[in-house]
Ligand binder design. Structure first.
Ligand code: PGA
Length: 258
């Protein structure tokens, strides 16, 4: 199966930075494709306001590449289609722009916007209803990990955020909060343990094969550590924050996953 390499730009970007990102990423990619035919699923989750601008730009570049194309997603949606929810964006709007992916429940939204597992579940359900794949983010903080409560905590998060959801339409991103933006990464064994653990929980609960549960790892992923992470049995790809902001580093991450 193709590896999934997803970027999360968070609240970063400007027209000039997007131009530079595209120029650098695609220059590297076009050069690479002269001698390589490998493929991967590449996605960048960008601020909503830049969707149209970035989509137009990327469509032009995507026409030039043979194998790898860049897809666009967003970082959050509201759980309702429309209504009196000032300042929010709906997955129905995303359909207008042909956007097919959104993050839901990123830890920064859980922390700063107080999003609960229940809200995140509602967002995932709404996304699927509108033919958008939710990338449901879960992960423990340092205190929970140090108290060795992370397995129970993760179990509760995955079960509550995906309850009665068709898991073949969902991607799970395991992002330990203590690894996000810190440069600290769990050991390869720890990532594999959690990936396998999530697969077991969800496949048992939903009568699915383990292969049908797609799990990404996120938290301080960069070009130098991505290879061993994506080679793990339980991990289908990565969700990259800081290192997705520069076109050349993100390209190196994609290349090292192939
Ligand atoms: P990071 O962020 O790669 O900068 O650690 C990952 C994320 O927040 O998705």
């Amino acid at each position: 199966m193709q590896k999934i390499i997803a970027g999360n730009w968070k609240m970063n970007g400007s027209k000039s930075e997007i131009n530079l990102w595209c120029k650098t990423f695609f220059q590297n990619l076009l050069e690479f494709e002269k001698n390589n035919k490998e493929n991967a699923f590449v996605l960048i989750n960008i601020p909503d306001i830049y969707i149209d601008y970035t989509d137009n730009l990327i469509n032009e570049y995507n026409k030039k590449t043979k194998y790898i194309k860049v897809n666009l997603g967003v970082q959050n949606i509201h759980q309702e289609d429309k209504g009196a929810f000032t300042g929010n964006n709906s997955s129905m709007f995303l359909k207008d722009f042909n956007i097919k992916y959104t993050l839901v429940g990123h830890s920064e939204r859980r922390i700063f916007e107080k999003e609960s597992n229940q809200t995140i579940l509602s967002k995932a359900i709404n996304a699927i209803k509108n033919q958008i794949t939710p990338i449901v983010c879960i992960g423990e903080n340092l205190e929970i990990r140090e108290n060795k409560q992370h397995l129970d905590f993760i179990k509760q998060q995955v079960l509550e955020t995906t309850n009665n959801v068709d898991l073949t339409k969902v991607i799970i991103a395991y992002e330990p909060v203590w690894a996000i933006g810190t440069g600290k990464v769990p050991t390869i064994e720890e990532i594999e343990e959690i990936g396998g653990y999530i697969k077991t929980i969800l496949s048992n609960k939903n009568n699915l094969e383990k292969e049908q549960i797609i799990i990404l790892y996120g938290g301080s992923v960069k070009s130098s550590n991505v290879k061993e992470i994506v080679n793990l049995n339980s991990i289908s790809g990565v969700l990259v924050g800081g290192a997705s902001l520069k076109g050349d580093e993100f390209f190196n991450i994609v290349k090292n996953c192939l």
